[in-house]
Design a protein around this ligand. Sequence first.
Ligand code: ADP
Ligand code: MG
Length: 504
Amino acid sequence: MTRTPARGAAQLLRDTGQTLPHIPPSAHPTPPPSRGERINRPWAPRRGRSRPGHGWSPVAAPMTVYQATTSEIGGLFPLLAANGIPAVGARIGYDTLSGSAFYAHPVDWVLRGLTTNPNLVVFGEPGRGKSSTVVAFLLRMMLFGTKTLISGDVKGEYSPLLRALGISPIALGRGLSTRLNALDLGPIATRWDSWSAQRQRDELDALLARWVKLLVALAEAQGYAPTVTDEAVLAQVLRRLLGTTDGASRLRPVTIPDVQRELADPDEQLWRETRFADRRQFLDTLRPITDALANLITGPLSGLFDEPTNFDLDWQAPIQSMDLSRLRGRGDQAVAVALTCLGSWSSMITDLQDDGEIRIVVRDEVWRQMRLGSKAVQAVDSDLRLSRAEQKIQILVGHKPSDFLSVGSAGSQEVAIAKDLLALCSTRILFGQSTRVADELAGDFALSTKESEVTTGWCMERTGRALWKLENSPGYKVQTVLSRVEQNAFDTNAHLRGNGGETR
Ligand SMILES: Nc1ncnc2c1ncn2[C@@H]1O[C@H](COP(=O)(O)OP(=O)(O)O)[C@@H](O)[C@H]1O
Ligand SMILES: [Mg+2]
């Protein structure tokens, strides 16, 4: 097929019986366009002029300025209203309806009454750009000092991003010599010396309560529900091990084997302090919790959580992540324990954080955590409910709503809690879906027929397209725009290209 050459503007006008207006040579600021050159050129490059004060933008700007005659332009809508979302927070991309930039700041949305909570849920088929949009959001929120925790990175996708930012992610498992002490002091260790004696006492009480809670959760992960007596004894053992009962001002590191040893072989002082008649009674009463802790030291979890932490954990970093990709071989229990420890530190950081500090917590591939059982679901549930009070933006990323139901059998209490999780996320970001899943989404999120069609049609046409629904507002059709740096730092297809991607 032969292609007819494109008509120039002058030819176009001549064909419609008109001529280009004649401008005297003296009025020409620039030489007239040479033959074949387009006259309706953009006035500014897509990203603005790369000079200070000229509005350069790292991503291609959605607005482009064109010049053309009115006889060429069929229609112009200069006063098209932008979406009602304020230009505050992370600039994600553009709203395709108005062409204006689209910004996301879930905490600001709550303050303006657009939503009732700052939580986001992201759904879409694999490869549609969910994780990339989350990354764009958290990187751009970093400019406002917001810190992020990737709470369980199943595929290890976020690790290259962290390394690009000069941060080592928390990674455990196959081929790694890293050890993570479940009873790590976490963010407290670096601050301890700067506190007054009174503050140290207060923080110590909070720390003991947290550790007891953590040990209880770890025992529950093995199928044993600890009693109040177990908890009281654990608190006493931890206090002795930390060295605070004998007046030491420095905290001694404590590991799970230390606790287990004290329980399995108590000295007279311990069983008397905890009001047992004799050593035998102590051992018999505490046998189940002692054995539950022993399981963390031997068996598939051995060598992961039972030794002092041997790598530098930076709690001040703008982003921290728990890479679970190498734990897969150790089974669900190892993942559950790792996430329980992380959850415990995360709440420790929250307690220590200054007012006004916002944090983002990302749970990508959320089905993985739902599968871990009722404790994991309850942890997500309480995090979502507390997000407003704790100034956290909780982000759940999954394929479809029924991912949440892998927690248990239909009609069980866990499934009921899991179903409610959706209602606890005011903002829903819906990427491309197949028609089958779209029906499920339409039901769960009360989508209109038009909105449902957007998720199965428009969103499927390009990666990074999503329907953003803030509470019950009409959905916004938003295209995420990634910068080249972001694309290189977070390329989840790297392993498919075989260039040494770190995800496998
Ligand atoms: N907005 C976008 N523009 C261009 N490429 C994108 C965009 N979003 C995602 N991609 C590319 O698509 C691939 C899959 O994206 P990813 O975020 O991992 O999808 P998901 O999390 O939905 O499985 C990545 O290689 C990423 O670089
Ligand atoms: Mg993903």
